[in-house]
Design a protein around this ligand. Structure first.
Ligand SMILES: *[C@@H]1O[C@H](CO)[C@@H](O)[C@H](O)[C@H]1NC(C)=O
Ligand SMILES: *[C@@H]1O[C@H](CO)[C@@H](O)[C@H](O)[C@H]1NC(C)=O
Length: 229
């Protein structure tokens, strides 16, 4: 992802200098307009005006898209794209929310919810199930299973979810699950995944549903995939 700060900085620089050039050009053009053969200069003036408007438009577009990136980083909205790269859907744990049917709270079937929400490559049946906690500062996963697809449900605390994704430049997609959210994610066989509790105090809870046997001799899992976690 491009650095949004650097992006908007260079944009405002270039639009400043272009409007300065335009002002100098236009004042000299006004003097020239008083002369008899002003027509070519009028054309030049209009051309410059069109160029300045095009540059202002491009600069507005760039500022708009970099503010979109900033909103995503703050986790406020516009998350759809990053979430789909990380192969997950998020729901509010409080109502209104599609996973909250009445005032007892949320309830969901991870396999069918993943299938119906466009989360691809998860387990279609739960042959092995893990239910667990990740305390403040802890991490689970950071491994790659070759013998199963896995579907996750994550909730309870601010949690970083990283999923290997070859379509993303750095080789993985990463999103933050907020403490008031419930996430359904999938890690297809052969992709690495990691869950990191980044909350100030709360525990993350998760369920992992696997459709194949991960051998106890670990021959079909890579461990410690990412060194920066
Ligand atoms: C994982 O999912 C793929 C299809 O997405 C399927 O072919 C495969 O049998 C599933 N299970 C394992 C253990 O790979
Ligand atoms: C690991 O276990 C599987 C069966 O569970 C076996 O087929 C495989 O040969 C074992 N690998 C090693 C390296 O022992």
């Amino acid at each position: 992802m491009a650095n949004p700060r650097r992006n908007s900085y260079s944009t405002s620089q270039s639009s400043d200098s272009s409007s300065f050039q335009f002002q100098t050009q236009s004042s000299s053009s006004l003097v020239l307009l008083k002369k008899p053969h002003a027509f070519p200069f009028l054309v030049l003036l209009l051309l410059l005006l069109a160029m300045a408007m095009a540059m202002a438009w491009v600069s507005l577009r760039l500022q708009y898209s970099s503010s979109g990136v900033r909103r995503q980083q703050l986790g406020q909205d516009g998350l759809g794209d990053e979430d789909s790269k990380a192969n997950l859907v998020r729901f509010k744990s409080g109502s209104p929310s599609p996973i909250v049917k009445d005032n007892r709270g949320w309830l969901l079937d991870p396999v069918s919810l993943a299938l119906h929400s466009g989360v691809k490559g998860g387990a279609v049946s739960c042959l092995r199930v893990h239910l667990g906690e990740i305390r403040h500062g802890g991490m689970r996963g950071n491994h790659r299973h070759y013998a199963c697809n896995e579907t996750f449900v994550i909730w309870g605390a601010r949690t970083k979810f990283r999923l290997e994704n070859k379509m993303v430049d750095r080789g993985y997609a990463e999103v933050t699950v907020e403490e008031d959210e419930v996430v359904v994610a999938a890690s297809p066989s052969g992709t690495a995944h990691a869950l990191v509790n980044v909350d100030a105090s709360r525990s993350t809870f998760f369920l992992g549903c696997q459709d194949g046997m991960v051998n106890t001799n670990n021959s079909n899992t890579d461990f410690n995939v990412w060194k920066d976690l």
